[in-house]
Design a protein around this ligand. Sequence first.
Ligand code: NAD
Length: 377
Amino acid sequence: MKILITGGCGFIGSAVIRHLISHTEHSVVNVDKLTYAANLDSVTEAAESARYALERVDICDRQALGAVFARHQPDVVMHLAAETHVDRSISGADAFIQTNIVGTYTLLEVAREYWLQLDDMRKNAFRFHHVSTDEVFGDLADQVHAECLVVNAELNARGANSPLNIHDSALKAAAPFTESSAYAPSSPYSASKASSDHLVRAWHRTYGLPIVVSNCSNNYGPFQYPEKLIPLTIQNALAGKALPVYGQGNQSRDWLYVEDHARALLAVLTRGRVGETYNIGGNCERQNLEVVKSICAILDELAPLHERAQELNPHHSSPSSQRYESLIAFVADRPGHDVRYAIDASKITEELGWKPQETFESGLRKTVEWYVLNGEW
Ligand code: NAD
């Protein structure tokens, strides 16, 4: 199968490509604009394969995209290209609206025109897999608050004088998001992803384009651009810099090791039912402060490895103190910051037999080791 992957030089796209080239016989056409978030080093080995081709193209450029489809004749599309950093979306949403919404629309149109002219066999086998995030569902804590407010209004109307109290325990016990949870995005990033999810489903319902959608929780692992929590914390710690934690650090996220996500995406692309959505998650909820403290503890243990890596590689940063936790610095919270995301991934496990191979502890250790040994990243 020839898979056209958008955003294949990014964090997750490159993990998918490394997996496809090393563990399958599939071919890959990587369509990437090469923004600041892209890194060709993440696909260096894959690029040596005859089954790999790179097209430096913006997904908003309809003509160039059309030419890529005509030249490579892909069997399926996996769409990952996006602007992905929430903080950047808050300081400037323009690129998010362009790439995530207009770009997805443009890709859908080019894919639809291409799909329509395929012969029946290839047409039936064609898939457009849209890769998305659990952030489209918004804040689970907000939704629990909203449900309690409705119950309280009803209790009030019936003259009851003991309204429900919203305790932390109620927030923690709230049921995680399923594939049928309502969308309630909070940031320009998640709103733009929600918009693209709706476009993809509309192209299925209106035009019959065979789509599948997946919504995944926070990923971590090697080759992630160091602006997101885990790589930023590791790199700042190794450089002896402050480890910024938003607010009190009590925001709770589900975490998934990126290679587990890559395997899940392949399962959804090849075996997911057309028109369906699959939630993907690690069943590994952790508060941000807990994540930062876990990284510090692993770094404390790995101090000898870090020192050795520094001797071997001049790119490595200067030695820092061993008690990394003392570098934690609480900073003003992000506006509109969601308190809790949690995802129910039972559908993909039951239907497609996928489940994560890494626990948070094993995946985080591998990740920290990778950044310690790859200081030039
Ligand atoms: P990333 O920011 O690391 O990489 C994005 C890639 O897309 C880069 O290579 C970039 O050059 C490319 N790109 C950006 N704009 C483009 C354009 N206009 N045309 C062509 N290429 C363009 O992103 P990521 O973390 O790998 O995320 C990939 C996808 O997975 C995104 O759609 C994201 O919403 C989704 N997702 C990410 C996470 C996560 O934790 N990182 C979790 C769930 C879902």
